[in-house]
Every structure is written in C-alpha cells, then in structure tokens.
Design a protein. Structure first.
Lengths: 295, 476
C-alpha cells in the first residue's frame, strides 16, 4: 500500500473519509470500526514465531509416555537438582567443619551451631516428626518428648547422636540401643504385681495403698531395682527410665503402670545412621540437643 | 467469505509518519527544563554517594534485591517496612488524580518518560536530518548515500541514548562504580546485561519509532484520564469562537467575516502526536502545549492577541463563547474535588513522615512456641519456649542484653548461649530461641496465663526495646 517514493504526510491522511461508524452510540459516545495498527499485527506474528521457537527449545507437546524434551534439554527437575548441588557446594565448608569437630564443641562456634540447628530442624521435620511430633513434644503410646530433661539413653549431644545413629532395639544394627524389661505377668503372681503397682505409685508420689506398697518393697528390690535403681532413679546405660521424675513415657496412672509391668514395653526406633548422611545425623542431634532438655 | 469492496475500510492501517516542526516559546522552554531535570535525576542519581559506615553500601539510592534492602539517602527500608513503598505508590496514584483533575494530562505532556525520551529522540532527529521540511524531503527521497548516512548517524546516536538509558537503570540495583567496571570487563551478572538489553531495545523502539503509538494504543492512562477530567479541568483548547471561520485572509476573502485563524497549520505541524487541536478535545492530545507556542508565534506576527490556542477549561470555553469573562484559573484549581485529593495526598504523606520519625532501629518480635504449649521438667518446673527475632537496623554490631519481667518469678535462659547477652550483627536479624522456666514454687507454674514483658537492652547505649508475651503455666 505504502509507496516509499510517495509521501503521505499527516495532512493527506487526515483527508481520508472517516472510518466506518458502526451505528452504535451510547450517550453520545460512538463506536467506530477503526483499522488496527499494522504493527499490532506484526506483534501477533512475532508471538507465533516465539511460540514455535518455544516448542522447539522447551518441553512442549505431551506424547504417550512423556512430553517432548526440547532442544535445550530443560526440565524443572534438573533445575532443582542443580540447585541442590549448588546448595551443597555452598555449605560444604560448614559441613566438613561439622564432621571434623567434636559434637560438644559445636556450641562454641555460633555460625556452625546456627547452621547445624537449622539443617537439623529440616531433617527432624522429614524423618522424626512422624513419631515425636512436629514440636518434638512426643506422642502417647511410647514416643517420648524430646523437650524435657528426662532421657532414656542420655541427654548429652553425644548420647543423643548415638541413639539417632543406631536406633533403639533395631535388630539390623549391632550397635543399637538395646535392653528389655521382662513381662512380669509371666513371672510373678497377680497379688505381687498389684503390690508392685502400689509401690511404684508410692515412689512417684501418687495416691496409693500404703500397706500394700510397704509389703512389696522387697519384691521391687529383687525384681526391679537392678535396672530402675533402689530409689527408682533409673539407669541411662540400660535405657531404664526413672520412676520418680513425674515423667512417663507410656503413662503414670495405676492401670498403665500395671499394663507396663504385666506385658512390658518394647518401643523401637530405626537406626538413622543407615538412612541419612552422617552430617545430617549430626545436625539433627544438635537440633534435638538444643530443644531445651539437652544436658 | 464476502468480497472486499472499495467502501469497506481496511482491517489494518500503517502508522502515519509525523514530522513535528521545531517550535520555540514559553511552554517549549518549560519542557526543555523539565526534560533536563528529569533526565539528570535519572542518569545521575545512582552515582550519588551517601556514607552509612563500613558495613553498609555508600550508594545514596540503591535497591538491593539480593539482601532485600532499599536505601534512599538517610532512609533504609527493610521488607517489613514495605508500607513506606506502598504509601509512596498510593501518593503517586493520588498525585496523578490531583494533577489530572486540576491540569488535565499534564503528566503526559511534560513528565511521562515516553514524552521526555521521545522529545530527546526528536531533538537528535532534528539535529541530524533537519527540521520538518527537510525531514519530509529526506523521507520521500530515494535511497542515496546522504539518506543512508543521515539515517545511520541518527540510529547510532539513538542507540547510544538507549544504551545509556538501559545502562542507568541497572545501576539502581547494584553499586554503580563496581557494576560499571564489571559491565565493561564482561564480568557483570547475566541479569544486568539482559535488563540493559531489554531496556535499550524498548527505549530505541519506543522513542525512535513507536512514539505516539504508545500513547494512542498501548497506554491505559489516556482512557483512565477521560474519566478523571471534568469541565473545570485546564486543558489545551482552540478558541473556535474566536478563530472560526478560518481562512487565509487573502484579498479575495476580505468580504468574508473571517476569524483569527489563518489556517496556517502551524499547530498541526508542531504536534508530536499528529492531531489537529482545532477539532476539539481528543484522545490523541497529550497536552504538551507546543501548539500554544506555535500559534502564539503566528498571532504575534499577524498582530493579533495571543491565546487562540490556550489552556482553557471546558466551562470557561462555554462562558467565553457567551461573551462572559472566564473564571480565574486559581478558582478553577481551588475547588472541593481538588481539595479532597490534596488532603488525601498530603495526609498520607504526613502519615509516612510521622511513621518515619517514630520508627526505631531495633525491633524485637516474639513468636511463642505453642507446640507444645509448655513442658514439665523432672523437678516439676514448667518451661515455655519462645522464638525471638532481634532486628538491628544500624550499621554496626550491637550487644543486646535480654531480660524478662513478670509478676511471678521466672528464669530466663537462652538456647546455646551462656548468659543473657547476644550479639546482633550489623544490618541483620538474629533468631534466638529462649526459655522461660517457672520453678515448682513459683505461682507462675500453676497459673494459666502470666503476662511477661521481654526487653532487649543495648549494653552500650542502654536503649531498650520491649515486647509483651504470655507464659502458660499448668493449673492444677
């Protein structure tokens, strides 16, 4: 249409007839059928070209098993993997420092401690919170709280690390924490078990039958004190809980104590040393130790 | 498919080339000044320095996206203070309402970057290719060495301006001298080059070729403005009651009682968007007022009073047409609608200033750990945990001593920190877990809710920041 040798200055353009009036008019505002600017059309063509390029370069068309891969080989999964690698590389110095240092000495290095705590919190949410709760508050049925200062197998950061790495009563790991309380329902007559229940209630300062309790002190000393201690203070080397600290893994009421004595308990925890990277086990140990009950 | 007939309008139309003529006058001078000042602000600002101490950048205006900080001279804005930016944006919006209601499309005509850069590009065009007639001639010429040479030179200068524009933009987001060096040596991040590339391309295309097409087809502002102007808004108008009927004032036309308009087309020839203001109000008019200058010049030469084209409100147009005196301009501006916009605009501005004045450089935020709500220890003590954030907005490290005050005795301990003093690094937020423990003898151990006031005190200056929270005991 436009001949470059023949200029069409604005004045000439203005002499063109008005574009078609569509006949639509509202309150004096008329709708005209104006032509679209030609460059607008070019932009449309440009988007078509862009789309074609996109189809070629990026995953686009769904096929039977997967979408077309695209010439650039881009995928969000590969991008995420690359980010994980970059992240690992970025924190490699801190992680190797964490591996080299005694766990107990980590608290002297604020940056390392912050790094390990943050990483441990993430590991905890993924691998531990299912049983111990998102806030590490424990759960009924034998999943202990990790917030208080009562520890079955020790509350130092090294003891916590040992427990996490090797698990509790986890047979595939020879170094696992292991102990077993007998099911006294098969050993003691029922009246002695009733007496033991009253004795344990008395130790822990709960309402009890005094005469029954006093009468069964000897049974306690013979059957229980070897592990739980003469005063019921427990023994962390054996994973024997204290009976006097007011904190119960399974419950401290009469019925639950009776159930525990008759049938015993056999709580288990997997060895996370075989599931996680060593450095992640160390991180989560530091995190748990920092939750408030660590010794 | 219907056959295309001659009466049917084409679906697409090519851009009509516009060759604005050079003009001089009061408004043109005003526009030169505004162009100079706005461009200077844009290009120079990133290079201004502002000393904030050793730990903070010394660039006066810096948007630090990586560290999420915005520096503006003595103000440093953190992400949680985004309301300052939101407030400024609201002020910008209300400011546009205000100016539009009072002065019409004054933004479009004088300050819009599209207008300013197009003006600059046209200036270059005039320097290289000459004024309107020379450019029309060049445009209609066949390709020749002269034409190619002028075009090439023009495009080259345009490109330099565009590159400078895109380049200046990225300096707002990083230390300007460092980035400038990195850009030249090829060590700048890819995003800097791509941002520069995109802005260079858009500046070149928008300023050199798209020009009024942006205003006519791409920008929503002209449509919005139609709803914001009213009959009291100052706008560029043609006094048709004075100018019509227009004519060349030839001798043969002496009998006809002609108006002042001599139909010289000066107003059309200088218009950067190619409209004829004599057709009345129209979307294409960005109120740049160059036609006023052009017409005043012509009126002076033929010995007629100035102002055939002038800033006139629609209401005054009606009054003048009836032979009445126009209302003074200040009364057109001082009216309730403008006062309302101004009050809102100034109110938000004052509120922002007040917020800026009372804000502190330290903030303490407490997030009580509620999962679980509390923990009983082996000795019967009850413990609550809290996550605190201590924000140090100054440029130096600070030692802060934490303390807790409540009606019942509570023991404060920090996780993994001996004592109660923490160091908050310069320009950072410290996260710290802390524990409040009520010993069995403390009434707090058995009280459901104990209000607690936590305080962080600067060991050096003694400045205190406090925040209240609650300790939850275990009622028996």
């Amino acid at each position: 249409m436009a001949d470059p040798t023949k200029p069409e200055p604005i004045e000439k353009a203005r002499q063109r007839p008005e574009p078609g009036f569509t006949g639509h008019e509202w309150d004096g505002i008329k709708e005209y059928d104006n032509p679209l600017p030609r460059w607008w059309l070019w932009i449309f063509y440009a988007t078509v070209v862009w789309a074609l390029g996109y189809w070629i370069l990026y995953p686009a068309w769904p096929m039977l098993t997967q979408a077309t891969q695209g010439a650039l080989g881009y995928s969000t999964r590969a991008e995420a993997a690359a980010e994980i690698v970059a992240h690992r590389e970025r924190f490699a110095p801190l992680e190797s420092r964490l591996m080299d240092l005694e766990l107990a000495a980590v608290s002297d290095e604020p940056e390392l401690l912050r790094f390990a705590t943050a990483g441990g919190a993430a590991v905890f949410r993924n691998h531990c919170s299912q049983c111990h709760g998102a806030g590490a508050q424990g759960a009924p049925g034998g999943y202990p709280s990790l917030l208080d200062d009562a520890w079955l197998w020790g509350g130092t950061v090294d003891a916590i690390h040992e427990t996490i790495a090797h698990g509790v009563r986890y047979d595939p790991d020879p170094l696992t924490r292991w102990s077993q309380m007998p099911a006294f329902g098969e050993i003691l007559p029922e009246d002695e078990i009733e007496g033991l229940v009253e004795y344990v209630l008395a130790m822990s300062g709960q309402p009890h039958d005094e005469s029954l309790a006093a009468a069964h002190a000897e049974v306690y000393e013979i059957q229980c004190a070897a592990c739980h201690g003469l005063d019921g203070e427990g023994n962390q080397d054996l994973g024997a809980p204290s009976l006097v600290d007011g904190i119960w893994q399974y419950g401290g009421d009469r019925d639950t104590i009776r159930h525990t004595i008759v049938y015993s308990r056999y709580g288990q925890m997997p060895a996370f040393g075989e599931r996680l990277r060593d450095v992640d086990v160390r991180k989560v140990a530091i995190y748990v130790h920092g939750l408030g009950g660590g010794q | 498919m219907t056959e295309t007939t001659e009466t049917e309008a084409p679906l697409y139309a090519a851009r009509e080339p516009i060759f604005p003529r050079r003009v001089s006058g009061w408004y043109r001078n005003l526009k030169w000044w505004i162009m100079g000042v706005t461009l200077a602000i844009y290009y120079i600002t990133p290079w201004l320095r502002w000393d904030r101490g050793p730990n903070l950048p010394d660039q006066a205006v810096l948007v630090d996206l990586a560290n999420r900080r915005f520096y503006f001279f003595f103000v440093e804005i953190w992400p949680h203070e985004f309301y300052f930016v939101a407030g400024l944006l609201i002020m910008a919006g209300l400011g546009l309402f205000l100016f539009t209601a009072a002065l019409g499309r004054v933004w479009c005509g004088y300050a819009c970057p599209q207008t300013v850069w197009t003006d600059l590009f046209m200036l270059v065009e005039r320097w290289i290719e000459g004024d309107r007639n020379a450019r029309v001639r060049l445009w209609s010429q066949k390709l020749s060495a002269e034409k190619v040479g002028k075009r090439a030179l023009k495009f080259f200068v345009w490109f330099l301006i565009a590159l400078g524009t895109g380049g200046a933009w990225v300096f707002y987001f990083a230390d300007a001298p460092t980035l400038a060096r990195d850009l030249v040596t090829g060590e700048a991040p890819f995003v800097a080059y791509s941002a520069m590339g995109i802005l260079t391309a858009t500046t070149f295309v928008f300023g050199g070729f798209a020009r009024e097409q942006i205003c006519l087809y791409a920008c929503p502002w002209p449509r919005i403005q139609a709803a914001m102007t009213d009959e009291n808004t100052l706008t560029v108008s043609y006094r048709d009651w004075r100018g019509e009927p227009r004519g060349k004032h030839r001798k043969s036309e002496a009998a006809a009682n002609l108006g002042d308009c001599i139909d010289c087309n000066a107003c059309v020839n200088v218009c950067p968007t190619g409209v004829d203001i004599r057709n009345g109000q129209q979307m294409g008019c960005i109120t740049c007022a160059l036609c006023i200058d052009a017409c005043d010049d012509v009126m002076a030469r033929i010995g007629k009073p100035r102002g055939l084209i002038d800033y006139v409100t629609l209401a005054d147009g009606e009054r003048e047409r009836q032979g009445e005196a126009p209302v003074p301009i200040w009364r057109r501006i001082a009216r309730p609608r403008i006062a309302l916009y101004f009050t809102l605009w100034a109110g938000i501005g004052l509120a922002l200033l007040a917020a800026l004045a009372v804000r502190t450089d330290t903030t303490l935020a407490i997030e009580p750990v509620r999962n679980p709500i509390n923990v009983v220890l082996t000795d019967g003590s009850v413990r609550n945990a809290y996550e605190i954030r201590l924000r140090n907005m100054t440029g130096h490290d600070r030692e802060m001593r934490l303390s807790a005050a409540a009606d019942a005795p509570l023991v404060l301990e920090l996780q993994a920190v001996d004592g109660l003093v923490v160091t908050v690094p310069a320009d950072q937020t410290l996260r710290q877990r802390l524990y409040l423990t009520a010993e069995p003898t403390s009434p707090a151990a058995t009280t459901a809710r104990v209000p607690v006031e936590l305080a962080a005190e600067d060991v050096e200056t003694g400045a205190r920041t406090t925040q209240t929270t609650v300790f939850h005991g275990r009622p028996q």
